[in-house]
Design a protein around this ligand. Structure first.
Ligand code: PBG
Length: 366
């Protein structure tokens, strides 16, 4: 076995002071410096951990459906269910008891209610408004985040209203619709509206509409840097919005994958318009954006571990190729390390439970 020459000097019996200077190990280098020293045991790794994951970091996105005592598994997201409002209330209680600060509601709207103009989005008795009121009535200490975008309600599945030619989403008329939708959600009792539509200028007008309607306390979490991503596929299955997106998909309004300076411009604009918090989405493929946004703006930055990210990890685990607990915990820790204030994850409930019960992988989730 060959040793580094300086090792002999430090292991020699003679007091260090008697070792000739030329033979003493260099300062700031091996073998004096050994980074493995603080990785030796579980407690030592815990002691020096730079980031921790807790239930309070998690926001739980949940799909809502009509019915009573109804629970339908999303085919491309094993372990994720669309829940009827009564079951959603049970799960909201569970989430609150686990210390999860907020849940984000997404409706699976009946196909018969979807129209070109998304009228159902403006119905005070729609699924989302009823779900919001039902959870609110429970008096739990948990926040309700509602999605401001028209895709669950449009027959074409786009997030906004189409132009006269029907080949693109029309920005400014869509904003009017989003303002109405946001005020309706605030009336139903949501705490945070989250515009995920990516129209230009919508945050300012939504803020004004909320303020005028008496909802100055309702916060805006702007999906500021939302990319046109294939990783939303399973979500579109879950809410039935994938049908007729056309060849551009959502690329004329959601961001283009090569760009990151542009994400900072999006964030700067949404903040200037009055956003209280911003979102980066998807999550893991865009962690560089989370880090850039967090270091440039001192504001709460959320990241969304989207449906496709969940589906990838789950599918690999279901095939025995990844350890589910280890993979989900490590993936969430990556968001914290990147600088996220909090993480939207479909695994929020089970992760919070694992954290409460002392997850098997303690060196990863603390
Ligand atoms: C739509 C919306 C989408 C998601 C959240 N809100 C999908 C899309 O933009 O098509 C995706 C969430 C996920 O994939 O988990 N406004």
């Amino acid at each position: 076995m060959t040793r580094h020459p300086a090792v002999k000097a430090v292991t020699a019996k003679a007091p260090a002071a008697q070792i000739p200077a030329a033979e003493r190990p260099a300062a700031g280098a091996y073998p004096r410096v050994r980074l493995r020293r603080t990785r030796r045991t579980e407690w030592l790794r815990n002691l020096v951990a730079e980031h921790r994951l807790t239930a309070q970091d998690l926001i739980w996105p949940v799909f809502v459906q009509e019915g009573k005592n109804a629970r339908t598994e999303v085919q491309s997201m094993p372990g994720v269910y669309r829940l009827s409002i009564d079951l959603l209330c049970d799960e909201a209680r569970r989430a609150a008891a686990l210390g999860i600060p907020a849940i984000a509601l997404f409706p699976a709207v009946d196909a018969s209610l979807k129209t070109e103009d998304a009228e159902e989005a403006f119905n005070a008795e729609n699924l989302i408004c009823r779900a919001t009121r039902a959870i609110k009535d429970l008096g739990l200490d948990i926040g309700i985040v509602t999605d401001v975008a028209l895709d669950p309600y449009t027959s074409h599945g786009q997030d906004g209203l189409l132009n006269a030619d029907g080949d693109d989403v029309e920005n400014d008329i869509t904003i009017d619709a989003l303002c109405r939708q946001a005020v309706l959600q605030a009336e139903a009792g949501c705490d945070i509206v989250a515009p995920s539509d990516m129209m230009d200028g919508r945050v300012a007008l939504i803020r004004d509409a909320l303020d005028e309607a008496g909802y100055a306390h309702v916060a805006i979490l702007a999906y500021a840097a939302k990319y046109a991503s294939c990783f939303y596929g399973p979500f579109r299955d879950a809410v039935g919005s994938a049908k007729a997106l056309g060849k551009n998909g959502k690329k004329t309004y959601q961001m283009d994958a090569p760009n990151s300076d542009e994400a900072l411009r999006e964030v700067a604009l949404d903040l200037a318009e009055g956003a209280d918090m911003v979102m980066v989405k998807p999550g893991m493929p865009y962690l560089d954006i989370v880090t850039r946004v967090r270091s440039q703006f001192n504001v709460p930055v959320f990241a969304y571990q989207v449906s496709g990210e969940y589906a990838m990890l789950r599918a690999a685990a279901d095939n025995g190729w990844l350890d589910w607990n280890a993979a989900i915990m490590e993936s969430l820790m990556a968001f914290k390390r990147a600088g996220a204030t909090g993480i939207f994850t479909y695994a929020a409930l089970e992760v919070a439970e694992a954290l409460r019960d002392g997850c098997p992988l303690k060196s990863c989730c603390r």
